[in-house]
Design a protein around this ligand. Structure first.
Ligand SMILES: N[C@@H](CCC(=O)N[C@@H](CS)C(=O)NCC(=O)O)C(=O)O
Length: 213
């Protein structure tokens, strides 16, 4: 498998976590978002939406981190990233959707650039936008974690699921954009537990070959 991705991208990070949790090896192909490489015609041929990640499996390209991670879970079921019980699956998918559908899209690079360039917002204005949507999402996520009395250290149950991969990667990006995480004690505890595990630690942006460069 080949993973087109960028070290600091949260959608790439969540996909690396899933690959590592499954114990799958992959070729790391950097796409430098900071240099606009994803906007090139060449990358447009690879991914029509010009986003990362793209996972290439036996020459076939898969898009959208949620679809990629669910594909991995279907083909490599152990360890499971979604619970078997339909209600529990819906719950874990709801947690991932808070981040994947409600939070990340409105704070994505192209949105931040639009707000800066078209709506003439300075760095503080862009940071206020990011903080607003991160707060809305993290407030809901924290409330859902708090309400689930059967959790044992992770977003659901006693082992990582898709929701943990989404949470850890989005918290990394939120901290980078200076979102105040201090109110979110349950979220912070889950992130700490996850980061103590090798599949999460190895997926961290600072450990990737294109980090910082
Ligand atoms: N919904 C897509 C989003 C992919 C995406 O847009 N990723 C970001 C990086 S985190 C990106 O490539 N942004 C480029 C841009 O906004 O121009 C997914 O989950 O894979």
């Amino acid at each position: 498998m080949k993973l087109y991705n960028f070290y600091a991208s949260s959608t790439s990070y969540r996909t690396r976590i899933a690959l590592n949790l499954k114990g799958l090896a992959y070729e790391y192909i950097p796409v430098r978002l900071d240099k606009g490489e994803h906007l090139s015609a060449a990358y447009g041929e690879i991914n029509p939406m010009r986003g990362v990640p793209t996972l290439e499996v036996d020459g076939v390209r898969l898009y959208q981190s949620s679809a990629i991670i669910e594909y991995l879970d279907e083909v490599y079921p152990d360890p499971p990233l979604l619970p078997k019980d339909p209600i529990a699956r819906a719950h874990v998918r709801a947690l991932t959707a808070i981040i994947g559908s409600d939070m990340h899209p409105v704070n994505n690079l192209r949105i931040r650039n639009f707000i800066r360039d078209t709506y003439k917002q300075d760095a503080d204005g862009v940071a206020a936008w990011i903080g607003l949507w991160n707060k809305a999402g993290f407030d809901a996520f924290e409330a859902m974690l708090r309400a689930d009395k059967s959790r044992r250290g992770f977003c659901y149950g006693s082992a990582p699921t898709m929701a943990d991969a989404f949470l850890v990667s989005h918290v990394f990006s939120a901290v980078r954009f200076k979102t105040d995480m201090s109110p979110y004690t349950e979220i912070r505890a889950v992130v700490e537990n996850c980061n103590a595990l090798k599949p999460f630690a190895d997926a961290h942006p600072s450990k990737q070959p294109d980090a910082g460069g």
